[in-house]
Write a protein that binds this ligand. Structure first.
Ligand SMILES: NC(=O)c1ccc[n+]([C@@H]2O[C@H](COP(=O)([O-])OP(=O)(O)OC[C@H]3O[C@@H](n4cnc5c(N)ncnc54)[C@H](OP(=O)(O)O)[C@@H]3O)[C@@H](O)[C@H]2O)c1
Length: 311
């Protein structure tokens, strides 16, 4: 029986920007049979020198890169440096160039495209707080592809070799694709930090933080696992519990009025998501109508108090 060749056998690549993402992807590619023919970093970078040694490849400078023929230039420099790197490599690299940014499309590499390279993007939709050396950790990763057919085909080949999944996210969708990632990560984290801050200001004991964390994890796991995330949203707003939402906003007006717009926006979003998934109940409809005019949520008592203290 002929032992199957590793899926990336024969692929020669140069890594430009051996940071967290670059060294991770390069390590995974080598584990799948590819050869790293050069590592290019900024001149004098100790990090690049060490990464090149770990990857077993000669160190080049991105400023005067000339590592001989390679099929792929994997460009994993910070977003702001991509265009400059593309200008420097143009004319000196002839193959497929892929950058790994989520926010930018293939056009970030236009100097290389103008010089005849197939260009594209290959964005791993996962965090890299550090270099991830275990190729098995790549499994299940979604890679957003974009660019020339040849670039997308190579991106697909890499994703498959890593045990991940590839999908095309074209340039014009890129900003919203990236915004969705921002909401899923920083947005969720911001809501959690806001919940913790509100509880602290209200005098809730510190120990409750672990309880909030447990709630957050449970809720996130439920929406992430659900076929229709909206149906897994819990809480008074999603249920259409007007009475509770009114009481909460009343307490908020006294304790942290600056959070009102966020809380109202989240309650509306919960109802909107539910309504996309299934027709709203009468209670959800009633709450949605109230939230559409948040000034009606101020209880008469508050208004009387406001009028009585004119200062
Ligand atoms: N981190 C994540 O979670 C994550 C996830 C998905 C995608 N991305 C994307 O991955 C790309 C790289 O991000 P990262 O987090 O891996 O950054 P990083 O860890 O800071 O690595 C960037 C690398 O690029 C090198 N570099 C910087 N400027 C350069 C230049 N002008 N020429 C050549 N090399 C240069 C740096 O080396 P020296 O500083 O030593 O010179 C470093 O090796 C970005 O496009 C980012 O959007 C990041």
């Amino acid at each position: 029986v002929n032992r199957a060749e590793p899926p990336l056998a024969g692929l020669r690549f140069v890594l430009v920007g051996p940071g967290r993402v670059g060294e991770s992807l390069a390590t995974w590619a080598i584990a799948r049979g590819a050869s790293c023919v050069a590592v290019a970093g900024r001149a004098g970078s100790a990090g690049a020198r060490e990464a090149a040694a770990r990857l077993g490849a000669p160190l080049a400078s991105a400023a005067d890169y000339d590592a001989g023929p390679a099929h792929l230039a994997l460009i994993a420099v910070p977003d702001a440096a991509i265009a400059d790197v593309a200008r420097r490599l143009a004319g000196r690299f002839h193959g497929v160039a892929l950058h790994v940014s989520g926010a930018l499309g293939a056009s970030a590499l236009s100097p290389l495209a103008a010089a005849g390279c197939a260009v594209g993007s290959f964005h791993p939709l996962r965090p890299f707080p550090d270099v991830e050396l275990d190729p098995e950790a790549a499994r299940g990763t979604f890679f957003a592809l974009d660019g020339d057919p040849q670039a997308r085909a190579l991106g697909r080949r890499l994703a498959e070799a890593f045990g991940g999944e590839a999908g095309v996210v074209p340039e014009e969708v890129r900003v919203l694709y990236h915004l969705a990632a921002t909401l899923a990560a920083g947005g969720v984290a911001t809501v959690f930090a806001t919940a913790a801050s509100l509880a602290k200001r209200a005098g809730v004991p510190e120990g409750a933080r672990r309880g909030y964390a447990r709630l957050a994890r449970g809720a996130l796991e439920a929406v992430a696992a659900a076929a229709e995330p909206a149906e897994a949203i819990t809480g008074p707003a999603a249920r259409g519990d007007l009475e509770t939402v009114e009481r909460q906003l009343e307490a908020l007006a006294a304790a942290a009025p600056e959070l009102r717009s966020l809380v109202v926006a989240l309650a509306r979003a919960a109802l909107d998501r539910r309504a996309e998934a299934q027709p709203p109940t009468p209670a959800q409809k009633a709450l949605a109508e109230r939230l559409a005019r948040p000034e009606l949520l101020d209880r008469p008592r508050d208004r009387v108090l406001t009028f009585k203290s004119p200062e």
